[in-house]
Design a protein around this ligand. Structure first.
Ligand SMILES: Nc1ncnc2c1ncn2[C@@H]1O[C@H](COP(=O)(O)OP(=O)(O)O)[C@@H](O)[C@H]1O
Ligand SMILES: [Mg+2]
Length: 212
């Protein structure tokens, strides 16, 4: 399984999701590798901090850039799951990963500037599907407001994804401090046990999209 977490907008929560999903799968006894294809190296830094933290299980992380198609094909033979953090722009790494990924997760905040990127992202998905027709592509509406009065924003964001042919997951993630706090010391919301709701969000997402 090659799960690509990507998109064209910084700050939507791609690195955060890639990291939390990787930890979740590792805790489910999957052999997981994180591949950081973002030159900013957010996930690489996180994995380094994790390595220095004796309380947490190590998670292997490698960096790659440019055309990563062959790299991914090779790595996928050695790991049950490869989680790719593709960074926040249209890049060679993103496009090449889309030709071999089995799953692609596209986080969008329920905000206009995130949803505007659907125009380009949906075009990229269409191109990739021509060579990789079996890739499962889903959007996740991320960092959602928790106020009940804001529910319509989430529904509208899901509609926007659908209107560009990208199916949104029922699962969402909400704006919760624990996502940001857990990031320190290379941890995850599954290990910082202060907010069970965040943990449940990751569980629901993975169960719905990956069936794990
Ligand atoms: N669901 C969330 N709730 C609150 N903060 C979040 C959430 N997801 C991500 N963040 C925070 O938002 C910032 C951007 O997230 P990040 O994963 O680095 O985005 P990206 O990789 O898409 O640029 C980080 O500080 C991260 O901790
Ligand atoms: Mg990132």
């Amino acid at each position: 399984m090659i799960l690509l977490v990507g998109g064209e907008k910084g700050g939507s929560g791609k690195s955060c999701l890639a990291q939390n999903i990787a930890v979740y799968l590792q805790r489910k006894n999957k052999d997981v590798l994180l591949l950081d294809a973002d030159p900013q190296g957010t996930t690489t830094d996180w994995a380094k901090e994790r390595e220095e933290n004796d309380e947490l299980m190590n998670l292997s992380c490698v960096q790659a850039s440019g055309n990563i198609r062959q790299t991914l094909k090779d790595i996928a033979k050695r790991y049950q799951v490869v989680v790719v953090d593709a960074g926040g722009q249209d890049s060679e790494a993103l496009r090449s990963a889309m030709t071999v990924a089995t799953h692609m997760l596209l986080p969008f905040r329920p905000k206009r500037r995130d949803l505007k990127t659907l125009v380009n992202v949906s075009q990229l998905v269409k191109l990739a599907k021509a060579v990789n027709p079996d890739m499962k592509v889903r959007a996740i509406i991320a960092q959602c407001p928790t106020l009940p009065s804001q529910v319509q924003r989430i529904l509208d964001a899901k509609d926007a994804c659908l209107s560009f042919g990208i199916e949104p997951l029922s699962a969402i993630t909400c704006n919760r401090n624990v996502y940001d706090d857990a990031d320190e010391n290379g941890s995850s919301v599954l290990e910082v046990g202060v907010d069970p709701k965040a943990k449940e969000e990751i569980e629901s997402l993975v169960a719905e999209f990956l069936g794990v």
